[in-house]
Ligand binder design. Structure first.
Ligand code: C2E
Ligand code: MG
Ligand code: MG
Ligand code: MG
Length: 281
């Protein structure tokens, strides 16, 4: 991919880990520009509710629409945003855009969806994160139950008491919470019990294995059972083939998300997709 780039342009499309400190500095500069000139755009991926057979929710996933390099996936810049602290303004922009868009769909009578937004633990550590969320909900008009915030297990474990405290405050606002990429961290039952979350998103790595081996299926089944035993909802990520969806439906998994249904797409295309398939709630 780097060969598309002229002489002294950025190399950040090759491999985030290999970039030199100079390249990082250049990229940080570019990312700041992107933040101040509106180059970050939110894409949406539908989440199918297996009970109602409708799209009741979408996940907001950031994209960088670079004026020269085109659309850049978050895997290429989220780590740097985390390292530099730019994840805080970035996260705020994504949150605002996602809430605005979701409320607008509802206002226009087009779709009444819940939107899930990925968070960085750095955002949680900001002293005023809960008031920021309250303010964004007020500004945009989105009902708190229509917002879901996703955190990964390992991030929650980083600073568990503070995380639990903030999660409680967010729940008190009426916001829904999800554990993202479940199974990739400690996946401890006792930790899961301590967090006041509503949804557990089973990591794609478990879903991709569930049709290959008996063990894969057993693990997916056990995770779903455990999530349900805690009174939470199970969401499967990365569903790519029909056999996986059928298995998950048979296990009582509550929601599925993945390329089988739809890739993350621009706001306008998301609506076209749900309309075309008659999947409006
Ligand atoms: P995530 O939160 O686990 O999001 C799901 C990722 O899996 C997305 O990648 C999505 O495009 C991809 N995906 C969905 N279905 C399938 C499938 O069937 N097969 C495969 N192979 N992949 C699938 P994406 O959009 O590239 O985002 C990657 C990660 O970047 C996200 O993982 C999330 O951790 C992070 N991210 C994205 N947007 C934001 C954001 O606004 N803030 C923060 N802090 N992180 C974000
Ligand atoms: Mg996510
Ligand atoms: Mg995530
Ligand atoms: Mg995930």
């Amino acid at each position: 991919q780097a060969k598309h780039l002229g002489g002294n342009t950025l190399q950040f499309f090759t491999d985030g880990l290999r970039t030199s400190s100079l390249e990082k500095l250049q990229m940080e500069h570019e990312l700041r520009k992107a933040l101040s000139s509106g180059q970050l755009e939110v894409f949406y991926q539908p989440r199918l509710d297996l009970h109602s057979k409708r799209i009741e929710a979408v996940e907001a996933l950031v994209r960088w629409r670079h004026p020269e390099h085109g659309l850049i996936a978050p895997g290429q810049f989220i780590d740097l945003a985390e390292e530099t602290g730019l994840i805080i303004p970035l996260g705020e922009q994504v949150l605002r855009q996602a809430c605005q868009q979701t409320h607008q769909w509802r206002q226009a009578g087009e779709a009444d969806l819940r939107v899930s937004v990925n968070l960085s633990v750095k955002q949680l550590r900001q002293g005023n994160f809960v008031s920021l969320v309250r303010q964004v909900l007020e500004e945009t008009g989105l009902a708190p139950e229509r917002l879901e915030l996703e955190l990964t297990e390992s991030q929650l474990l980083d600073d568990i008491d503070n995380a639990i405290n903030i999660c409680r405050q967010l729940r008190a606002l009426g916001v829904q919470l999800a554990i993202d990429d479940f199974g990739t961290g400690y996946s401890s039952l006792s930790y899961l019990k301590r967090f006041p979350v509503n949804y557990v998103k089973i990591d794609r790595s478990f879903i991709s294995e569930l049709d290959l081996t008996d063990e894969g299926a057993a693990i997916a089944r056990a995770i779903i059972a455990m999530v349900h035993a805690l009174g939470l909802k199970a969401v499967a990520e990365g569903v790519e083939i029909q056999a996986q969806m059928d298995f998950l439906a048979a296990q009582g998994c509550d929601e599925v998300q993945g390329y089988l249904l739809c890739k993350p797409v621009e706001a306008a295309r998301l609506l076209e997709f749900i309309r075309a398939h008659g999947l409006l709630p």
